[in-house]
Design a protein around this ligand. Structure first.
Ligand SMILES: O=P(O)(O)OP(=O)(O)OP(=O)(O)OC[C@H]1O[C@@H](n2cnc3c(O)ncnc32)[C@H](O)[C@@H]1O
Ligand SMILES: [Mg+2]
Length: 206
């Protein structure tokens, strides 16, 4: 029987990225399941001070409740001109969890008078993998870029329409204008998950 891996995210678009990157890593013997595939369990609030803390909160509760190895991502955007905020508050920056247009609008308004040369930012992803035997692995990926003055593009989610990666391969497009595989190849989440491939390969071996 194939080993199972629980991906603990309630964000459908993030979950799709996690599934895509794990699938692209070619871990054939790993069956990926989502929160909808397991019995409901109480999810702890994401009250950690860091992305790593929150990723561990999510992965630990998933592993404890299901007995499956559990992978969780906690992520966000850290804007230089806002001293790293929204950071861990990215999903609910406007006060409404997961309201991407409202979050984007508030962020743009807050830095409307920040000149182009100081509009740097980084997407950050911390991914935690918690195995049933209690072994925990935490990794982090960062993606540097700049914040636009208006949204552009319709792929991705969250702050993607406001973020132009520094990478030459992006050619000045926003991360919302990149094809999904292009985003995965450059993104914070792609970089974080790449570091988990050895641990995931171990899991797949059983
Ligand atoms: O906690 P789960 O259930 O996984 O889903 P969530 O959406 O609440 O996820 P987080 O708590 O990690 O918050 C991450 C927020 O940061 C933003 N974000 C993270 N990664 C992003 C990406 O790749 N592109 C755009 N925005 C991103 C987006 O607003 C997310 O809602
Ligand atoms: Mg969350």
């Amino acid at each position: 029987m194939a080993a199972q891996l629980l991906l603990a995210s309630r964000n459908a678009k993030k979950l799709a990225e996690l599934r895509r990157v794990v699938a692209a890593a070619g871990l054939g013997d790993l069956e990926v399941v989502g929160l909808d595939d397991v019995h409901e369990y109480p999810e702890e609030p994401e009250t950690g001070a860091t992305f790593e803390d929150n990723a561990l909160i999510k992965a630990r509760s998933g592993a404890a409740a299901t007995g499956l190895p559990c992978l969780a991502d906690d992520s966000g955007i850290a804007v230089d001109a806002l001293n790293g905020m929204p950071g861990v508050l990215s999903a609910r920056w406007s006060g409404r969890h997961g309201d991407d247009p409202a979050n984007n609008e508030l962020l743009l308004a807050q830095i409307s008078d920040v000149p182009d040369e100081r509009r740097g930012a980084a997407f950050v992803s911390a991914c935690a993998l918690v195995a049933p035997d209690g072994v925990e692995t935490t990794v982090r990926g960062e993606w540097r870029g700049r914040i636009l003055r208006a949204p552009r593009g319709d792929h991705g989610f969250g702050y993607d329409p406001l973020f132009v990666p520094d990478d030459e391969a992006a050619g000045g497009r926003s991360s919302s204008e990149l094809a999904p595989e292009e985003k995965d190849a450059l993104s914070h989440r792609g970089k974080a998950l790449a570091q988990l491939v050895p641990a995931l390969t171990e899991l797949a071996r059983g």
